[in-house]
Design a protein around this ligand. Structure first.
Ligand code: NDP
Length: 304
């Protein structure tokens, strides 16, 4: 049996379509255009591509995009001053400072200076706390994308055993809490976990967020499991260009799992779409608006 391939590009297009419709509703009913401010410090080429894609997507969905490109020599004080200015700007509903920032800047200070209401990356400790303790939170985008994909394939996740490999603040921990909120029984594994293969083999849903190319092998997967591979790792190729692989050995795992996300084209494309959901959500919350349909899950596929 070959696994069903979870097409993240197709799924993200559906989600973006849902966001665009809601943005149009927000404009029509309330005359408000969600605004996303992106801040890039320095000229890292990968970060430049990420930020441009975020801006382009925001504009394509009918939002306003405010881009701030700062030199790598920008002081921490100047960056924090800009964040405070954006916190106070009424036309800006979401703030995203592209990480990593240069070494002389404390990323945690940047995150904690961002207004919680505008924390569309979901990295502020208060956003993380609300996710854990309950309450309305802006949830970090990649974890939100993972859950949407899993629910799109499996429907109700109640009672399923989910194993999350990785415990970072960015991915592993929020994914685990989101799965718990979906009534899964959750195991979080990490670099000190004993007998990781056996634990993975007990997973109905396996989320890999490790950053180690193809570490999870086919015989670590329970037959019929749903595998969500968050990893993005560049491995060398003879032509020198390199290629992207996930944390799961796709060729092997796709022979055992019932459904699997490919890399690239799985979780990756969902991240930007979820950022757009958060920007829309932030714009509605900041204006006390409750009559706009913010997509909480992937819109259903339409029959062709
Ligand atoms: P981190 O490096 O912050 O965390 C990696 C986690 O994996 C840690 O908790 C670590 O454990 C654990 N780990 C490392 N080695 C092992 C091992 N041998 N066995 C078990 N666990 C191990 O990475 P991130 O969470 O930021 O990212 C994970 C992956 O996801 C990366 O490939 C990254 O590129 C990708 N990513 C993809 C995104 C997307 O949009 N698709 C967005 C963000 C990340 P410990 O805590 O014990 O050190």
């Amino acid at each position: 049996m070959t696994a069903y391939v979870i097409d993240g590009k197709e799924a993200s297009a559906r989600l973006k379509d849902g966001v665009a419709k809601a943005v149009a509703q927000l404009k029509e009913k309330h005359g408000i255009e969600p605004g996303l401010a992106t801040v890039l410090v320095g000229e890292d080429p990968a970060s430049q591509v990420y930020v441009r894609n975020k801006q382009k997507t925001a504009v394509a969905l009918g939002m306003k995009s405010f881009q701030h490109d700062l030199p790598a020599t920008t002081s921490e004080e100047d960056l924090l001053a800009l964040v405070r200015k954006l916190n106070a700007a009424p036309e800006v509903h979401g703030i995203l400072v592209q990480l990593p920032v240069p070494k002389h800047i404390d990323a945690f200070k940047v995150i904690t200076t961002t207004a919680v209401a505008k924390d569309v990356d979901g990295l502020h400790p208060e956003s993380a706390g609300r996710l854990v303790a309950g309450g309305d939170a802006l949830v970090s985008c990649t974890p939100m994308g993972c859950i949407m994909l899993a629910k799109d394939v499996l429907g109700d996740l109640t009672g399923k055993h989910a194993v999350v490999v990785g415990r970072s603040n960015l991915v592993g921990k929020p994914v685990a809490h989101l799965l718990l909120n979906e009534n899964c029984t959750v195991t979080i594994a990490h670099s000190r976990t004993r007998d990781l293969a056996a634990i993975c083999r007990s997973a109905d849903i396996l989320v890999a967020a490790v950053g180690r190319p193809e570490m999870i092998r086919g015989d670590w997967i329970k037959p019929g499991a749903c595998v969500i591979d968050v990893g993005i790792n560049r491995v060398p190729t003879p032509d020198g260009k390199g290629r992207l692989v996930g944390d799961v050995n796709y060729a092997e795992a796709s022979q055992v799992a019932a459904a699997i996300t490919p890399v690239p084209g799985g979780v990756g494309p969902m991240t930007i779409a979820c950022l757009m959901v958060n920007t829309l959500k932030a714009a509605c919350a900041q204006n006390g608006i409750t009559d706009v349909e913010i997509p909480q899950k992937l819109p259903a596929k339409t029959a062709v």
